[in-house]
Write a protein that binds this ligand. Structure first.
Ligand code: BEZ
Ligand code: FE
Length: 311
């Protein structure tokens, strides 16, 4: 290392230390930790890649474009977090592995609070196009004890890859909630999930294009399951055999969430006598195991509301 290398290194390190120290007086210890760690990682990145001023300006322009396209209906910053794996890493950190508890994955932007209630065995399609799919299983704790009355919220895209909220009309389709029965059992008719792209007509889509990445998500069906005294679970199930399982653009796939969606030829007897004489259908089994809530304060409902407030 030459003398001027040493002097350069000293100047860079001194700046990082000075900026870090500027937060020393912050009264809130958590905020202080977040800001100081952020500065250290950000400076380390800039120094490691030897960021050029032109690259720094491109980054500012990119973030400005992300802000400009964001409004009440379109949240480009969340999409950016999703495709960088930051959403999934935050989910992973905040849903610590707990015995056999079902794994969590990303929420996504298409949840709607208060979707219609359906009885056990009801149909959530609401007119959305797609192949009927019988979904059934149990909700239990991690010891296998049933959780009667667990609230199960489900939502999914139609056969064209769109959620109801992506249409300009006020349709409510491909979403519902239901409650587990006295034995923790649930069942409903949904649609066999198909792959679809995340919204990619904005700066995040342009970035994916520039780096040769696809905007596609692996086929999935969303669940949020809540019950008193248990950690609220936000997850999906994925279709075994889907070729996008290894390429999900938001990194949401977990092996344990890949399920067999077993195809049934038209005319196969349905579990509830529904007449599907001329339509093929599928069935899938998904047992859900909830971890105890960290606070164990018996207030599962508030836990769920906190999840919704966070999106
Ligand atoms: C979704 O699964 O609905 C989703 C998740 C992340 C980004 C966009 C969509
Ligand atoms: Fe989705």
């Amino acid at each position: 290392m030459t003398n001027s290398d040493t002097e350069q290194h000293r100047r860079e390190r001194e700046l990082t230390e000075r900026v870090t120290a500027s937060f020393d007086g912050c009264d809130n210890p958590r905020l202080r930790q977040l800001m100081q760690s952020l500065v250290q990682h950000l400076h380390a990145f800039i120094r490691e890649v030897r960021l050029t001023e032109q690259e720094w300006q491109s980054a500012i322009d990119f973030l400005t474009a992300v802000g400009h396209i964001t409004d009440d209906r379109r949240q480009e910053f969340i999409l950016l977090s999703d495709v960088l794996g930051a959403s999934m890493q935050t989910v992973t950190v905040n849903n610590e592995a707990h015995g056999s508890a079902t794994e969590a994955t990303v929420f996504g932007p298409f949840f709607v609070d208060d979707a219609p209630e359906v009885p056990i065995g009801g149909d959530i399609a609401g007119g959305a196009a797609g192949e009927p799919c019988w979904v059934e299983g149990t909700v239990t704790d991690t010891d296998g004890t049933p959780i009667p009355g667990a609230r199960i919220e489900v939502w999914e895209a139609d056969d064209d890859g769109y959620y109801d909220v992506q249409y300009d009309d006020d349709r409510v389709a491909g979403r519902a909630h239901l409650y587990a029965d006295a034995d923790g059992r649930y069942a409903f008719w949904g649609l066999r999930p198909t792959p679809y792209p995340i919204p990619h007509d904005g700066p995040v889509g342009k970035m994916l294009d520039a780096v040769g990445r696809s905007p596609m998500r692996a086929s999935h069906l969303h669940f949020m399951v809540s019950a008193e005294g248990h950690r609220t679970l936000v997850t999906h199930i994925f279709v075994r055999g889907d070729e996008l399982l290894d390429a999900d653009t938001v990194f949401g796939v977990r092996d344990s969430l890949i399920k067999d969606f077993v195809p049934q030829p038209a005319g196969t007897r349905t579990p509830d006598g529904r007449d599907l004489a001329t339509s093929p259908w599928s069935r899938v089994h998904f047992d859900i195991r909830l971890a105890p809530s960290a606070a164990a304060d018996g207030d599962g409902e508030r836990d769920r509301d906190d999840m919704i407030d966070a999106i």
